[in-house]
Write a protein that binds this ligand. Structure first.
Ligand code: GAP
Length: 485
């Protein structure tokens, strides 16, 4: 199905209470967004599912929650003050402004009108503010442009506290800020956004062996667009991760592993694999810290774009922080019996807002009467169940429906809806992605059962009230299919 345009998605999100321009009553402010009642539920579900999969379900990953404003030396050491540079350009003809990479200077034309572009100079996208109320004593600080650095500065403390053994990862979810020259495409390029990141540490001598690669992981299939394919202007090729390793397209087993793990996270919770590809960074576009980087890209209505980067940061960050802090950040590798400075073999780094867009674009569909059905995976859907009495004025039905509603909302987000026709109530819930609607009707009084309606095909089944809670829990968690009820 053809995707709707990004502006149409933006309007839909506003109308349904998913996302609003921040401070809209004052005209909004470019690159800043507020998540409304349903959008904040979706965002929370995405973050919870990410944390469950990457932290709770793994023995080798532990989480932290670092501060947004950080000691300025952190950004000197990390290279962000010196090297985190955007180049601002403006189109001489239509006056649109952009940011470009260094290697694009002199090569690109205006993406809007094809006009000639003019450089407006280099620009560091880090936001600054001041710490301390008294002018003479205050000092300038930065709002973090990535969550990653807190993982490096806390590295030794976390290692000691959590009694970790290599290989291990440290994860974090939190806000990041970049004063983007040209925020655009709705949430895609914002100035305030959230990142979900892992720094995965190994002994640098063990770079070539990944103990976690197994058949299940290797069978993950995706379109692959290597540096060579890009240089030769070839199309991307669909293959399994195993094939990509065999053909030496992906060189490091660790990269293959993390790419597959990240793709599986998306695919397990309803993203469409056809809209994904993995692309290797070319020499020119690698970050100052990275030796090899692969992006997971998604086919947005505005083209293939990065949603997640998986960089090999080597020992760059820990070396820099050792140098600037003059602290020893080496740890004991029990397996080799040596004290070493670990390397980051992979840094899966995903933006929450970009994941949010992926799930919305992939689930937005139209029914027979052009009605919108948001076919979100039930774990991501903001509302899990809506409970209706068929007739609002029938006190007996209302009493049962209210009782069911009170019970279900103890388990998951449930709403009660008695306004308008039953058809209108179903349609309203289809639009916001509610996977299951529960209707109490005349038969419920005699048989102690209700109907569950499945959002995706409007099928209905009768279920005993006494079994409803467990049935819904299994349906929502994907342990049971609606057809099998
Ligand atoms: N620590 C590595 C890092 O920050 P990045 O490629 O600059 O790498 C990682 O960012 C991810 O953060 C991106 O893939 C994207 O999902 C998200 N991200 C980056 N800049 C963003 C922006 N201006 N708006 C929304 N998301 C952004």
């Amino acid at each position: 199905m053809k995707k709707i345009a990004v502006d149409e998605m933006m309007n839909f999100c506003k109308r349904k209470g998913f996302v609003y321009p921040s401070g809209e009553i004052y005209g909004g402010i470019a690159g800043f967004w507020d998540f409304g009642p349903l959008g904040s539920e979706i965002k929370k579900n995405i973050k919870d599912l990410w944390w469950q999969y990457h932290v709770h379900q793994r023995e080798d990953v532990i989480g932290i929650d670092g501060s947004i404003i950080t000691h300025p030396s952190v950004w000197k050491a990390s290279g962000h003050i010196g090297n985190f540079i955007d180049i601002a350009v403006i189109c001489k003809k239509c006056k649109t402004s952009y940011k470009i990479d260094k290697h694009e200077i002199g090569k690109i034309k205006c993406e809007k009108c094809g006009g000639e572009i003019e450089s407006k100079g280099e620009f560091n996208p880090m936001f600054t503010t001041f710490v301390g109320p008294i002018k003479d004593d205050s000092f300038m600080v930065y709002l973090r442009p990535e969550t990653a650095q807190l993982i490096f500065t806390d590295f030794k403390l976390v290692y000691d506290n959590a009694r970790l053994k290599l290989p291990f990862g440290i994860a974090q979810i939190g806000k990041s800020f970049r004063n983007e020259i040209a925020p655009r495409n709705f949430l895609f390029r914002s100035r305030e956004f959230e990142q979900m990141e892992i720094e995965y540490f190994i002994n640098p001598d063990k770079k070539k062996e990944c103990p976690f690669l197994n058949k299940k992981i290797e069978e993950t299939e995706v379109s692959i667009y290597s540096e060579k394919m890009q240089e030769k202007n070839q199309a991307s090729e669909k293959m399994t991760i195993k094939e990509a390793l065999r053909k030496k397209i992906i060189l490091l087993p660790w990269h293959a592993y993390w790419l597959a793990v990240e793709l599986k996270w998306f695919f397990n919770i309803g993203a469409n694999p056809e809209n994904f590809r993995i692309r290797q960074h070319t020499k020119n576009e690698k970050s100052h810290y990275a030796t090899d980087t692969w992006d997971i890209e998604y086919s947005f209505p505005f083209g293939w774009k990065e949603i997640e980067g998986i960089a090999d940061r080597g020992t760059f960050d820990l070396t820099q922080h050792e140098k600037y802090s003059k602290k020893d950040l080496k740890i004991m590798d029990e397996k080799s019996g040596k004290k070493i400075l670990p390397m980051v073999v992979a840094e899966p780094s995903l933006g929450v807002e970009r994941a949010f867009l992926v799930f919305l674009f992939d689930s937005y569909s139209k029914g027979k009467k052009e009605n919108i059905i948001l076919k979100l995976n039930s774990q991501i859907a903001p509302v899990k169940t809506a409970v209706f009495p068929l007739v609002k004025k029938d006190n007996k039905l209302v009493k049962i429906a209210r009782k069911i509603y009170e019970e279900l909302r103890k388990e998951f987000y449930t709403i009660y809806d008695d306004s308008g026709s039953i058809g209108r109530r179903y349609a309203r819930n289809d639009e916001i992605g509610t996977p299951f609607c529960v209707t109490v009707d005349g038969e419920s009084l005699e048989k102690n059962d209700i109907t569950i309606r499945n959002r995706n095909d409007a099928e209905q089944k009768r279920v005993k009230i006494s079994e409803l809670r467990n049935v819904l829990i299994d349906l929502i968690n994907g342990k049971k299919n609606f057809e099998d009820l």
